[in-house]
Write a protein that binds this ligand. Structure first.
Ligand SMILES: Cc1cc2nc3c(=O)[nH]c(=O)nc-3n(C[C@H](O)[C@H](O)[C@H](O)COP(=O)(O)OP(=O)(O)OC[C@H]3O[C@@H](n4cnc5c(N)ncnc54)[C@H](O)[C@@H]3O)c2cc1C
Length: 398
């Protein structure tokens, strides 16, 4: 096992760093580095810049217009982007439905959907969860009944991230109620403009409109928009969930946020001295950094195993749990660093270019909202309790 980057990988890192330094728009970078509100246009603009460079599909195979990069290169790429303050790539098209279409979609589906995902011409959202079907995903109830050459879909999805922008939604739907739950699910690609679809906002505790309910009432979906076989959707659903292995730990983002924490702790004071000199606070920052270093080594071990063509296994669960715990711990320390100035939740002041009254220093404004928003990390993508179940069964053999 070799945990060092090769000379080629180091040269690649330099190439990525130089490209991002010259190509990442300053206004987008400003928002990311300061935790301000990003709009869908920001994500789309950045993806189009990457696409123009030929780097739009960092995890895609070359035959579909991707880079064909190794797992190590993808890791370096995302780490450099995060460090520079690039927006996180919206995963639903690029990292979720695209791999499924590449693996199981028909040539017509590949031709129709993949180029528009790569070019950020179409925005996707994920229609997996339902009320009562989150961790227990196989129990989805949204019904699709075949009538001629269309499925008629009725039901409700929930927690649909950025569904308000989406052109398309990929959905798990029930096509057979008589069999074991996993055997009666199909995977549909649904145009969000189809009559009968209603998107209703869910406002989260940070005041953001990030997630939605999506309702389906007699929504007619052409049968050619089913991926693969009818009732085999559970296989594709699991493939999708297991696909995004690298960068699940969010190491690059955590490093960037620790740098921000240190900047703020240098500006804040305690007993007349910079907060960062306070032994208690400094030791808490150090603890997070130690945890992050340990996680980074674990992540590199996983990458090294992937390079040796061993499929990543349940260790992805370790990366998810520790990575999300670290990111949440950083948001806690950020709030504690500014104390009472973090208390007001003022979303209007989180817009770039806000000119209104300030409560406390500029950098304090988004910290409470960021803290509240990041609670989601241990819930979605398979909750951390579910990841612990996987570790107990697959690693500990309990
Ligand atoms: C901000 C946000 C964005 C999301 N975006 C999307 C999206 O775009 N598309 C989408 O489809 N879904 C999305 N989700 C849904 C997410 O995948 C689910 O919330 C998640 O799977 C948990 O399901 P649940 O909320 O139904 O909770 P439940 O499954 O009801 O779980 C409730 C609690 O019980 C625990 N629990 C459940 N089962 C077990 C078990 N067997 N052992 C131990 N503990 C257990 C859970 O860990 C949790 O703490 C999003 C969620 C959030 C919070």
């Amino acid at each position: 096992m070799d945990l060092n980057f090769s000379p080629e990988e180091l040269a690649f890192r330099q190439e990525v760093r130089e490209f991002v330094a010259t190509s990442l728009p300053a206004d987008i970078q400003h928002k990311v580095l300061n935790g301000l509100v990003l709009h869908s246009e920001d994500y789309i603009r950045w993806q189009k810049i990457l696409h123009a460079k030929g780097w739009g599909g960092s995890g895609w195979r070359k035959e579909f217009g991707g880079t064909g990069w190794s797992a190590g290169q993808q890791y370096i790429f995302e780490e450099e982007l995060a460090a520079a303050g690039a927006p996180r790539m919206v995963p639903f098209g690029l990292k979720m439905v695209a791999p499924v279409i590449m693996q199981y979609g028909s040539p017509a589906q590949q031709e129709r959907f993949l180029p528009k995902i790569l070019a950020a011409d179409e925005w996707w959202c994920q229609g997996y969860s339902e009320p009562g079907s989150g961790s227990d995903l196989a129990s989805v109830k949204t019904r699709a009944v075949l009538e001629g050459d269309h499925y008629v879909v009725n039901g409700q999805k929930t927690w649909t991230t950025q569904g308000q922008y989406a052109d398309w939604i990929f959905c798990l739907v029930r096509t057979d109620t008589e069999v074991k739950p996993q055997r009666g699910i199909s995977f549909l690609l649904i145009d969000m403009k189809t009559p009968g679809i209603t998107v209703r906002p869910i406002i989260t505790m940070d005041g953001a409109h990030e997630v939605n309910e999506v309702w389906f009432e007699n929504v007619r979906v052409p049968v050619e928009n089913r991926v693969g076989e009818e009732n085999a959707g559970w296989t594709y659903a699991k493939f999708l969930l297991g696909h995004e292995r690298t960068n699940i730990a969010g190491i690059g983002i955590a490093k960037r946020e620790i740098a921000r924490l240190k900047r703020i702790a240098t500006l804040e004071t305690k007993n007349g001295k910079p907060l960062i000199k306070d032994p208690m606070f400094a030791s808490r920052i150090a603890q997070v950094e130690i945890d992050l270093t340990a996680l980074e080594i674990t992540n590199l071990r996983v990458l090294s195993a992937e390079a040796a063509h061993r499929a990543p296994g349940p260790e992805a669960s370790i990366l998810k749990i520790k990575g999300t715990e670290i990111q949440q711990a950083i948001t806690e320390l950020l709030v504690q660093a500014v104390g009472t100035y973090a208390l007001p939740l003022r979303r209007e002041a989180m817009a770039a270019g806000y000119q209104g009254d300030a409560v406390g220093p500029f950098y304090a404004t988004p910290l409470a909202a960021n803290y509240l928003n990041m609670r989601k990390l241990s819930i979605y993508g398979g909750s951390n309790e579910i990841q612990k179940n996987i570790i107990s069964q697959m690693i500990l053999g309990l």
